[in-house]
Design a protein around this ligand. Structure first.
Ligand SMILES: [Zn+2]
Length: 159
């Protein structure tokens, strides 16, 4: 297993990546921002192995990024909520989304960020392009457009 830390780096970028840089972790955080908060829903949305999802969620709770909240007694079932520390990752996710729109994807945009109740999109400073407001995490909504990965012409599957 790969180490997740960077012992030779005294650097805030490296220290952030030690917390959120593992595979799946930022996508779990993305999903919680989208309102997908329960283990089975996260597992279904991500298609990740249950043991990996469990380990990532436990780590995020240990790090104070997510907190467990019961939504059902008998049996107790928990959902995951962002703490303030977790919600402060919102600009990171917005930046990743916008960078991906610009450089990462070909084809249509699968997710757009809008100013809730206004419908304006967010610019790269998280400002609403329609009304000019600085949009906070609670004032934004992420809309999944339904765009799919473009189908490439059938190529033989190789490893
Ligand atoms: Zn607006």
């Amino acid at each position: 297993m790969l180490n997740r830390d960077y012992p030779s780096q005294y650097c805030p970028v490296a220290s952030t990546l030690e917390v959120v840089g593992e595979r799946w972790t930022l996508l779990i955080i993305r999903d919680v921002f989208l309102g997908i908060r329960r283990f089975d829903d996260l597992q279904r949305d991500l298609g990740v192995a249950r043991n990996i999802l469990q380990a990532r969620l436990e780590r995020l709770v240990e790090e104070g990024i997510l907190v467990k909240r019961p939504y059902q007694e008998r049996p107790v079932r928990n959902e995951y909520r962002l703490t303030e520390k977790g919600a402060d990752l919102w600009p990171v996710l917005v930046a990743l989304l916008q960078w991906g729109d610009r450089y990462g994807l070909e084809g249509e945009r699968p997710m757009i960020l809008q100013h809730r109740g206004c419908g304006g999109e967010l610019d790269d400073r998280r400002r609403c392009v329609a009304c000019g407001a600085d949009v906070t995490v609670t004032e934004a909504i992420a809309v999944r457009t339904g765009a799919r990965r473009p189908q490439t012409v059938a190529e033989p599957v190789s490893a």
